[in-house]
Design a binder for this molecule. Sequence first.
Ligand code: ATP
Ligand code: MG
Length: 432
Amino acid sequence: MSEKRKFQAIKGTRDLLPPDTELWNRVEQTARQVFTTYGFGEIRPPIFEPTELFARSIGLDTDVVSKEMYTFADRDETSVSLRPEATASVCRAYIEHGMHALPQPVRLFYTGPMFRRERPQKGRYRQFYQIGAEIIEALQQGQGGSKDIPKDAAIDAELLEMLMAFFARLELHSVQLEINSIGDRNCRPKYVELLRAELLKVKDQLGQDSQRRIDTNPLRVLDSKLESEQAIIATLPRISDHLCADCAAHYAELKRQLDLRGVTYKENWRLVRGLDYYMRTTFEITAQGLGSQNAVCGGGRYDGLVELLGGQPAKGIGFAIGEDRLILSLQEAGKADVPKGRDVYIAWMGATAQATAIRIAKVLRENGFRVELPPVEQKFGKTLGQADKLGSRYALILGEDEIASGQWTLKTLADGSQTKFTEPQLLDFLRG
Ligand code: ATP
Ligand code: MG
């Protein structure tokens, strides 16, 4: 006899089940509704791509590319990876489909699974879900430079306005938007060198991770949550004091635009992003009730990324919401109510009642009600117990008497009260 093996979902992955999936659907539906009103269309890129696409865009020195990707050789030996994020795919698609020829900017959103080999914990999974959006704009002849700043900043601000409108629509009010500017290729390298020099002076007082990052990615030291490093980090030079004139003007205009739109935000000079391609505007949104995994959204501007991936020069900005964490946060905030159980359980007995039960079940379902119709006849006592267990709101009782008189009995399960209705009266009552 062959041994029975019990299979389990792979570590860091999980099944999303009802009734939670109702909430997931509501969140995605809300994103679709809100984003559509801001002119976004949906893109569904594949979940695996050439490894090179991620390596080039996200950067080789990032944790994501250096150790978190699921990478394998395809049959023809090309290296492919499960996507750790989707911005690179959206840019690849923008180039591949010649979207620079469409009216600019192009606004796209996506939802779907991402994959990163991280240590699983609350709010951190190896397969997780993101809802994201990107605004990409090919540079036209004569465009670019300082005169674009008001337009770029307005695009950034509108994207953030939309993001906050989405959270508001979900009634998640505990979210906090933090913004920063991390400069561009003119000013950031000089700041990074200054930061590196200052960090070297205090190297002995830093933890191992930060010591390593002095070499590989000094900006990431600012991100450190290590208690012993906080006092030192507070004394480090701030990028806001070292932005070039254009970056400073862009950041100032972004803040003015956010004020104009009534979007509240907090400035956080230590906010840097883990992916290489960001410049100028960066932001993060945190929510309550998530412990240390409290970032529900991250994003920023990535002018130059499309070109880096082989396209015409273009600007871009986008965000990715961590849907798993958003769901947790909604549940913590008590905003996770979804319809459960059934609206109507049809308790029928007898052959003539069955025909009526089948017919009325169909009518009710056509009207959008969630209906449970027992497949075989059951004693009323048993069937009403079943209706209760399923969390039904009403039981519609159809016995020989009800069929004969045309007066059906509707029982409200919460208080046990009963009312008689004819069929048209019943439909009117249920439709409210
Ligand atoms: P973190 O600092 O928490 O690792 P990140 O900076 O790596 O986040 P991004 O790459 O900016 O995250 O992705 C955007 C959002 O996706 C995050 O704010 C978070 O909500 C979510 N996210 C990222 N990694 C995971 C994961 N492993 N599990 C669940 N959600 C995740
Ligand atoms: Mg991460």
